[in-house]
Structures are given as structure tokens and as C-alpha cells.
Design a protein around this ligand. Structure first.
Ligand SMILES: N[C@@H](CCC(=O)N[C@@H](CS)C(=O)NCC(=O)O)C(=O)O
Length: 228
């Protein structure tokens, strides 16, 4: 009997789901997107609770096996379907890829998501420019660490694209596409440009996310057509 396709539960505009869908596409995976979270609901069902007791997206289902935590799912997909390329065989290179995935979650994601919520997800008349500026400064200061690292490398774990670039690449897309002033980060911009050349990045990450909550909501609802 043919194996049933992997299911990714989530919504295409969720910041934590985007890296998983991007990774799946990089692995040329035939997966099903099961719409869940936000306006799509589903998280409160008993079926979902069995897969993920946190009732959060993304959640992956591979046959009888369920997995949650976006970075762990990215690692799983890359180890299963792209061992030796997206998931490097060399243990030190793989550890460096892991390191930047963790760094993305703990250092880069927080100020960028706050920036996103303070701008796109807040009505223009309610925005606080001082708060926006402070998140923008925090994000820029953190990304200066990446900027120095990329002086020596084309990608975060060396000169090849790996899973280490995935969560961070999704964060950086938002950073570069929110209307704020940014300092010049030439190495980071060159890396971002390399990511922009990838089909999977164009398809799943480079989405117009709107400029205000109404536009964002309309885009999210329209993404229902991407479900299985
Ligand atoms: N650390 C978790 C965070 C998951 C998370 O915060 N997911 C959010 C969406 S980005 C969620 O499920 N929110 C409820 C919803 O979308 O309805 C991960 O990386 O997977």
C-alpha cells in the first residue's frame, strides 16, 4: 500500500508554519496542508489534541507519528528527506546549522515578530512610533551578529544552503518587508537576495502580508485555497 502523504497542520501566513512548508518544498515533498489555527480553527478538536497537546501550529503527522515545534519539524523533514544536503552529514556543520536555527528562535524572531505585530497587525491610528522604533533597533542590533558571521560564508552553516537558513530566512523576509528604517547590512542583504532566488522561498515565504490588520486578515482567509 502506498504511504499516506505527510500532513502539515497550520496556516500559510503563520510565522511558525512558513519555515515548515518552505522546508517541505525544499525537500520536494508531496505533503497535504491541513488548514488549522487562526481563522481556520481545528485546534480544539480531540483529534488535534492527540497530535499536539499544546494545541498549536505547526503540527506534523507522518503516518502514526506526530511532531510539534516548528524547528524540530524542519530538522525531521530535512533528516528524513534531505540527509547529506539540507541536513549536513558532517556533525560540526550540522551543529552550526542547528545553532543558527536556535538563534533564530531565541534572538531574531522575538524582536521581528513584535515589530510585525506593532505595525502590520496594528491599525495605523493605534501604532506607537516609539515602540516600533525600539523593536526596529532591537532587531537591527541582533541582526548585526548575523551580518558579521556572513562576512565569511554564503549561508549560515557554510557555503551551501542548509536547514540552518530556513527559520532565519523566514524571519528576515519579514524584517526586510516591514516599512521601517533599517541600517545597511550588506552581507545579510546579499544572503537574503540568494534566498530570494529559490523557488520554494518565493512560493512560501515571499508573500505580501498586507500593511494593516484588515489586509492581513483578508490574505489569510484567501489562503484557504491552499489547503488540501
Ligand atoms: N514554539 C512553537 C510556537 C508555535 C506557535 O506559537 N504557534 C502559533 C501560530 S504562529 C499558534 O499555534 N497560534 C494559535 C493559532 O494560530 O490559532 C513552534 O515553533 O512551533
Amino acid at each position: 500500500m502506498p504511504e499516506s502523504p505527510i500532513e502539515i497542520w497550520g496556516r500559510p501566513y503563520s510565522s511558525n508554519v512558513i519555515p515548515v512548508i518552505w522546508a517541505a518544498e525544499e525537500c520536494n515533498l508531496n505533503y497535504k496542508l491541513k488548514l488549522a489555527g487562526g481563522s481556520f480553527g481545528q485546534l480544539d478538536t480531540p483529534e488535534f489534541g492527540k497530535m499536539n497537546p499544546n494545541r498549536m501550529i505547526p503540527t506534523l503527522r507522518d503516518g502514526d507519528f506526530s511532531l510539534w515545534e516548528s524547528h524540530t519539524i524542519v530538522r525531521y523533514l530535512c533528516a528524513k528527506f534531505a540527509a547529506g544536503s539540507l541536513c549536513p552529514e558532517n556533525i560540526q556543520q550540522r551543529a552550526v546549522a542547528d545553532q543558527w536555527m536556535e538563534w533564530s528562535g531565541t534572538r531574531a524572531f522575538p524582536p521581528v515578530i513584535q515589530l510585525f505585530f506593532a505595525t502590520v497587525r496594528t491599525a495605523p491610528e493605534k501604532r506607537d512610533s516609539a515602540i516600533i522604533q525600539s523593536y526596529a533597533n532591537d532587531a537591527a542590533n541582533v541582526l548585526k551578529i548575523l551580518e558579521i558571521h556572513l562576512e565569511q560564508h554564503d549561508y549560515v552553516a557554510g557555503n551551501e544552503f542548509t536547514m540552518g537558513d530556513i527559520p532565519l530566512g523566514a524571519v528576515v523576509y519579514r524584517y526586510f518587508n516591514i516599512e521601517i528604517e533599517r541600517p545597511s547590512l550588506p552581507n545579510t542583504e546579499a544572503w537574503y537576495k540568494r534566498l530570494c532566488e529559490r523557488y520554494a522561498y518565493q512560493k512560501h515565504v515571499m508573500r505580501f502580508f498586507g500593511t494593516n490588520p484588515d489586509e492581513w486578515q483578508a490574505l489569510e482567509i484567501a489562503s484557504a485555497s491552499e489547503g488540501d
